[in-house]
Each structure stands twice: as structure tokens, then as C-alpha cells.
Design a protein around this ligand. Structure first.
Ligand code: HMG
Ligand code: MG
Length: 306
């Protein structure tokens, strides 16, 4: 059994100009939980003027049904963590990057400063009994510094793991990775973290150049068990120029279900959620190929679309 970690309500929406209303966000979080997805990102406690779509994360966290799924919220600094704690957050995601320039543009800190901030937040999170996730971005490439050496990326990921997060999510922020590069980074990491700590490693692929699904398949073959993806294929970081959507959850789930890889997620319910979200976003076109096929075939009940 592998785990799909849904990032659409945060990574998916954060790059969208159209602001989805609070009721629609709450509907989305609930609908995603009903597909069987257990881990769902609900928002981010970042500066509202920098990421307007996340400005209502306080209300989202206050109003969501906390028993429907494990809902996660990004916290960039102690101020963000305080905001999240005041609304009763249970699961928090820290974030930093391998490359200095992206980190500065994203959160206004050097990589070392952000690790120090994450360590301080981790101390608080432990006291508060929170579950923690740590994102490491720009693992294979940075929009400002270009290609990233695997050894440098591995050092940053190991640093995040050593801080003691329950899970580290390894990010191809701008969608430049390929399966060979994925192997180069993941193989040594998985060898170092065998056994019960293996679940610590998740992968987070963006699909800017169409390689996300191939990268996810390589990660699966290498033994990764947690995969980030976004409903419809929405997504991108506003501070990473040219980064397109995340790997679409529908495409990932289609691949897994056809390969017989168990996820506990209902494909039909997921596609229906994607269709309804598109309606609620004024008919926005979603890039997920599996979702497009589902929509085209949805009255025909084909063997593949259920
Ligand atoms: P800053 O301006 O450097 O912070 O922001 P500051 O400490 O200098 O404070 C300046 C003002 O901001 C102060 O207010 C603070 O109170 C306020 P003032 O006194 O002037 O009125 N402030 C805050 N307000 C609300 N929430 C906060 C907060 N912190 C300070 N948490 C900060 C630093 C990180 C907050 C800012 O740069 C920011 O919000 N950046 C946005 C980062 C972001 O959301 N990026 C996208 C998510 S990461 C991603 O997408 C990648 C990922 O998907 C993985 C992958 O794909 O690789 C995860
Ligand atoms: Mg991302």
C-alpha cells in the first residue's frame, strides 16, 4: 500500500489568480477526504500579501472537520506557527530549499537561517505534539541557479531528516527532474533510511516538462511509499518562475490502480471531485490527462474510468 498526499488545496491553489471562496475550499477539503485520501494540505500560514490565495488559512483551519483526514498546513517561521497553533493545528509542514537564491526569494532567508528557524519550530512542535513534515525544494534544479548537484541536495535532505521531522518531502519545484536523476538522489537516501524510518521519504514532483509521472514510477520502483500530487494537476510556486502544475492526483492514481498498486483512494470519486472543482473555478481547464479522459467518457462507463 502506498500513500497519496494531496497538496491541491495549498500548492494547487496558491498559484491561481482566481481566489476560491472559503466555502468552496471547505467543500474541497471534505470532498478530497471522501475519496479515501488520508493526508491533505489545507493551506499555509504565510504573508497574505505575498500569497493572497492563502489569506484565509486561519478560517479554513478553524472551520474544517478535523476528523475527516489529517490536514496539513505550511508554516514558514515562528510567526506562522503561532498563527496555526492559535487555530488548533495538528500537522505542520516546514519548508526550505537546496538553493540559496530560491530560498531568499521564497521566504527571505538564507538556507542556514531557514534551518535554524525550522529547528526552533521543531522544538515547539514536539512540545505541542504536532506531526511534522519538512519540504526540501529545488532538489534537481533551481530557477535562478540552474542544475543542482545530487550530493548537495542529499546533504540538505539529510539535514532536514536529522532535525527529526516525521516525513521529508523531496521537491522538484520547477519540474526538471528525470528518472536517472531521481535515482541518483533517492537510492542513497533510501539505503540510509531503511526499515521503520523508510516512510520518512516522500516525493513531490511538478509536471512542467511532462516527466512527473515517469519520476514517480522510478520512485515507486526504488521503494518510496508517499507521493505528493494535486487534484487536476493544479499548482506551482509563485516564487519559482516558469513552474507549472504539480503531478495530477488523477494521473498518479490511474497509473497506480492500473498497475495494481493499492492506495485506498477511489478513482471515480477523485475524478468527480476534480470535475466539480473545475466548475467551481469558472470552468478552468485542468491539465490532468486522466481527468480529461474521465470527463470525455463519463457517460460511457468504460473499464478504465472507474
Ligand atoms: P518577511 O517579510 O521576511 O518576514 O516574510 P519578517 O519577519 O521580516 O516580517 C515582516 C512582516 O511580515 C511583519 O509584519 C511580520 O509580522 C509579518 P509588520 O510588522 O511589518 O506588520 N509576517 C507574517 N505575517 C503573517 N504570517 C507570517 C508572517 N511572518 C512575518 N508567517 C515570509 C517571511 C516567509 C512570511 C514571507 O516571505 C512569505 O510569506 N513567503 C511566502 C512563501 C510561500 O508561501 N511560498 C510558497 C510555498 S513553498 C512551495 O510552494 C514549494 C513546495 O510546494 C515544494 C516544492 O514544490 O518544491 C512546498
Ligand atoms: Mg510544490
Amino acid at each position: 500500500m502506498v500513500q497519496i498526499f494531496e497538496v491541491g488545496p495549498r500548492d494547487g491553489l496558491q498559484n491561481e489568480k482566481l481566489i476560491l471562496g472559503l466555502d468552496d475550499k471547505l467543500w474541497l477539503l471534505d470532498a478530497l477526504s471522501k475519496t479515501g485520501i488520508q493526508n491533505i494540505e489545507g493551506g499555509a500560514f504565510v504573508r497574505p500579501d505575498r500569497v493572497p490565495q492563502m489569506a484565509d488559512s486561519d478560517q479554513v483551519l478553524e472551520k474544517l472537520n478535523p476528523t475527516a483526514a489529517d490536514y496539513w498546513f505550511l508554516v514558514p517561521n515562528q510567526k506562522g506557527l503561532e498563527r496555526a497553533l492559535s487555530k488548533g493545528v495538528k500537522n505542520v509542514a516546514f519548508f526550505t530549499a537546496v538553493s540559496e537564491t530560491f530560498n531568499q526569494k521564497n521566504i527571505g532567508m538564507s538556507v542556514d537561517e531557514s534551518f535554524a528557524e525550522i529547528q526552533s519550530m521543531m522544538n515547539i512542535a514536539k512540545k505541542e505534539n504536532l506531526k511534522t513534515r519538512g519540504y526540501v525544494s529545488t532538489v534537481w534544479g533551481c530557477p535562478f541557479e540552474g542544475r543542482i548537484q545530487s550530493s548537495k541536495a542529499i546533504t540538505s535532505i539529510e539535514k532536514m531528516i536529522s532535525i527529526g521531522v516525521d516525513q521529508v518531502s523531496i521537491g522538484d519545484t520547477i519540474g526538471v527532474a528525470n528518472p536517472n536523476g531521481v535515482q541518483e538522489v533517492l537510492k542513497p537516501l533510501l539505503q540510509n533510511h531503511q526499515g521503520d524510518s523508510k516512510n520518512q521519504i516522500a516525493v513531490h514532483f511538478h509536471d512542467t516538462r511532462g516527466t512527473a509521472l515517469a519520476n514517480a514510477l522510478k520512485a515507486l520502483e526504488l521503494g518510496v511509499e508517499v507521493f505528493d500530487s494535486s487534484v487536476g494537476g493544479l499548482g506551482g510556486c509563485p516564487f519559482a518562475p516558469g513552474a507549472a502544475g504539480n503531478l495530477a492526483t488523477e494521473d498518479l492514481l490511474y497509473l497506480f490502480k492500473e498497475m495494481g498498486v493499492q492506495t485506498g483512494v477511489n478513482y471515480q470519486k477523485l475524478c468527480e471531485t476534480g470535475m466539480e472543482l473545475s466548475n467551481r473555478m469558472k470552468g478552468k481547464f485542468f491539465t490532468s490527462k486522466a481527468l480529461q479522459a474521465f470527463i470525455a467518457n463519463c457517460t460511457k462507463n468504460t473499464a478504465w474510468d472507474s
